[in-house]
Design a protein around this ligand. Structure first.
Ligand code: ADP
Ligand code: MG
Length: 702
């Protein structure tokens, strides 16, 4: 890796989490009994005593001010998918005209941002603007730009969730409750809490800022709306894990430094498959913190890129024809006595606890595949899922050879053995023999078991990971709850556990697929198996308000029917707005950049032709070019008119779903046609006249 300044390396142990009001900081600054009371809330989920909040607030303020902070903010995650903050300073006037720095428990616990400008999906009318933020003490406060940021949940005056964190916390609580029930029945008397853990791998593109600024599409929509295929794409596969360019290496080093200060366990960084594409992976942590951290990762990458004349693109599909970006959501469950519930151990075939939890995940994913699908749906991700790119829109589970074999044994009457990986000999005596994993990887699966966790790969690169994890926790909690109820009634828990696993394998094995998910054969096979193939965001969103989904979310106290309906509205409206902005941006570029340039060039050829003709030497090349150019310009012009008509909206409807369908089926489709002509023009027009940086510029000139 790039040379990082030595000083920083040496002091890393000191700088790590230096901008976090961490557990260590909390412990040293709080009286022992207060610290204990706070920990009980964080670790055991007990309600927080308001007296404790006052003392914590004061300690937090002192810590922050010592580090130069002047302001504090309740940091929250509204339905926009990004974070929001409203800064207040610590100052408080004294009677003698001075100020002192103050921060009370009340200010720590509760904030009151005006909620009327955040999406609520009809949960609240604008005249009822009150919204509240509530301190989430399970995620540590941190310092950013001289501001103490306090992670909070955001709700309406009537207590409905207006954010992504509230349902996530509720789903973690639900899963914990059901998992503990099962562990108790299996004889574990110590465990009191189960937390879900997540390590999200973040993919992104980095391009040159000067070039970026010449592209209205990138500025306004985050993706290129025009752009012909470059002579070189990703076909040489020379970028994946390739050497980092110096400017990129410096950028990455600073990102790491900044993230480490914020306590984010940034661990791995490398080039991805597509040119200009990279990945950052942190070490996993509690889902709630991982979600907050992932927001900080995205924010930090965007900010730091600017220091190097770069721009970080988090859109799922900035460039057509090269891979898009996703987030691999590595997920597991762990107990507060230190066990990973998805750890198979050496002999998974006789690991009852592992098999039960594994079976629960299998059933949950099969029964609620549509819930997982919608949790990853957004307009950007439509260019990946179901659009001939990784991963497909069909959800299936990859288990690998060892577990698949065990489940087959179970189905056929009982598992008696576990295949082992053995040793890998490289045929050179000086190279070590490597212990072989029991299973190879499968990069095409949307939901893959990878040793001791599941990797959910459908999540979009720009999205918050709150939704997919809320979905995952909720549906797994549901199956665990059913399993627990059966075990509670059973005379013999072990026999019943075996019965349950066998039944689940038989009933839900259709969701298991170890082959190549990118083939047409799989699409056909999946259809035969009855697995849903939901191809677009608009088609996915109605799942949110189906009776089945609402029932499971309500049962586990994750989201109420009203909250689900509000999300349905918010997501559909966001879809409509996104496509509308893209359409208008395309029109702007088409009319004010591409068309004028193309006409200018056509005029030049025409002039050349007529001057050539006067010397009586006809140019058939120029003739042909002019003919093709003018006909493409005409077609382009017609498609401009078509897109103008489409986005002016004859098909608009008061029904938000129909309206969104119109945008998908009419506006979006017309955009694709306009792009074909625009890209054709790019291949014809003189490079000196063409007004936009090309794909080759954007992808290779970093
Ligand atoms: P890949 O081979 O998929 O690129 P990486 O090593 O880049 O894998 O990322 C794997 C991720 O999975 C890391 O973020 C890692 O911390 C995370 N992970 C490992 N164990 C667990 C676990 N028990 N729960 C959640 N995430 C985990
Ligand atoms: Mg991965």
């Amino acid at each position: 890796m790039a040379k990082e300044p030595l000083v920083l390396q040496e002091s890393l142990e000191n700088t790590f989490a230096s901008n976090v009001f961490s557990d260590a900081a909390t412990r040293t600054r709080l009286p022992k009994n207060i610290y204990k009371m706070l920990r009980r809330t964080i670790d055991d989920g007990l309600p927080l005593d308001p007296a404790v909040a006052d003392i914590v607030a004061n300690a937090m303020k002192d810590w922050a001010i010592e580090k130069g902070a002047t302001h504090f903010t309740h940091w929250f995650q509204p339905m926009t998918g990004i974070t929001a903050e409203k800064h207040d300073s610590f100052i408080s006037p004294t009677p003698d005209g001075r100020v002192i720095m103050e921060f009370s428990g009340k200010e720590l616990i509760k904030g009151e941002p005006d909620a009327s400008s955040f999406p609520s999906g009809g949960l609240r009318s604008t005249f009822e603007a009150r919204g509240y933020t509530a301190w989430d003490c399970t995620s540590p406060a941190f310092l950013k730009d001289n501001t103490l940021c306090i992670p909070t949940a955001f709700c309406s005056y009537t207590g409905e969730a207006l954010d992504k964190k509230t349902p996530l916390l509720r789903s973690m609580q639900a899963l914990s409750k059901e998992a503990v029930r099962i562990l108790r029945l299996l004889g574990n008397t110590k465990v009191t809490r189960v937390t879900t853990t997540v390590g999200p791998e973040q993919e992104y593109f980095v391009i040159d800022k000067k070039l970026y600024e010449k592209r209205l599409d990138l500025i306004l929509t985050g993706r290129t709306l025009f752009g012909a295929k470059p002579p070189k794409g990703q076909e040489l596969e020379d970028h994946y894990f390739g050497n980092l360019k110096e400017r990129i290496a410096k950028f990455m080093a600073e990102v790491d430094q900044e993230l480490w200060k914020l306590g984010v366990l940034a661990k791995t960084k490398h080039n991805e498959v597509a040119p200009a594409q990279h990945e950052l992976a942190p070490i996993y942590t509690t889902t709630n913190i991982a979600t907050d951290h992932n927001q900080l990762v995205m924010e930090t990458m965007r900010k730091v890129a600017g220091h190097y004349g770069l721009v970080c693109l988090l859109h799922e599909k900035p460039f057509a024809g090269v891979n898009g970006s996703g987030k691999h959501n590595n997920w597991s469950m762990s107990t507060n006595d230190g066990q990973n519930l998805l750890e198979p151990g050496n002999t998974p075939h006789d690991n009852e606890q592992f098999l039960l939890f594994l079976a629960a995940v299998i059933q949950a994913v099969d029964e609620y595949a549509d819930v997982l699908r919608v949790s990853t749906a957004n307009p950007g991700n439509d260019h990946r899922l179901g659009a001939n790119e990784a991963p497909p829109a069909i959800i299936s589970i990859f288990l690998g050879e060892q577990l698949t074999d065990i489940l087959e044994q179970i189905e056929n009457g009982g598992a008696t053995s576990s295949k082992v990986g053995g040793e890998l000999k490289l045929g050179v005596t000086t190279l070590p023999a490597l212990p072989k994993d029991s299973t190879d990887r499968n990069r095409t699966s949307p939901f893959a078991f990878t040793g001791n966790k599941f990797e959910f790969r459908m999540v979009g690169s720009s999205a918050s990971i709150a939704e997919p994890n809320t979905a995952l926790n909720t549906i797994v909690a549901e199956i665990l709850s059913r399993i627990a109820s059966r075990l509670e009634k059973a005379k013999d828990v072990d026999t019943e556990a075996q019965n349950i696993v066998t039944e689940i394998v038989k009933k839900h094995k259709r969701i298991i697929y170890n082959g190549n998910n990118y083939t047409d054969d799989w699409v056909k096979e999946a259809e035969k198996r009855g697995l849903p193939n939901i191809k677009s965001t608009v088609a996915a969103i109605p799942t949110l308000i189906s009776e089945k989904t609402v029932k499971v979310y309500e049962k586990h106290g994750v989201l109420s029917k009203a909250e689900m309906h509000s999300r349905y509205e918010i997501f559909l409206e966001a879809y409509i707005k996104t496509i509308n902005i893209e359409a208008l941006t395309m029109l702007d570029m088409a009319k004010r950049q591409i068309l004028p340039a193309s006409l200018e060039y056509a005029g030049k050829i025409a002039a050349t032709l007529s001057s050539l003709k006067t010397v009586a030497s006809k140019s058939s090349t120029a003739d042909k070019l002019l003919a093709e150019l003018t006909s493409t310009i005409d077609s382009f012009g017609k498609n401009i008119e078509a897109l103008e008509a489409a986005s002016a909206g004859n098909g608009h409807s008061n029904d938000v779903l129909k309206h969104a369908e119109y945008y998908r089926d009419v506006v979006f489709t017309t955009m694709a046609k306009l792009r074909v002509d625009g890209d054709k023009l790019e291949m014809m027009v003189d490079a000196n006249i063409w007004p936009l940086p090309t794909y080759a510029d954007l992808l290779f000139r970093v």
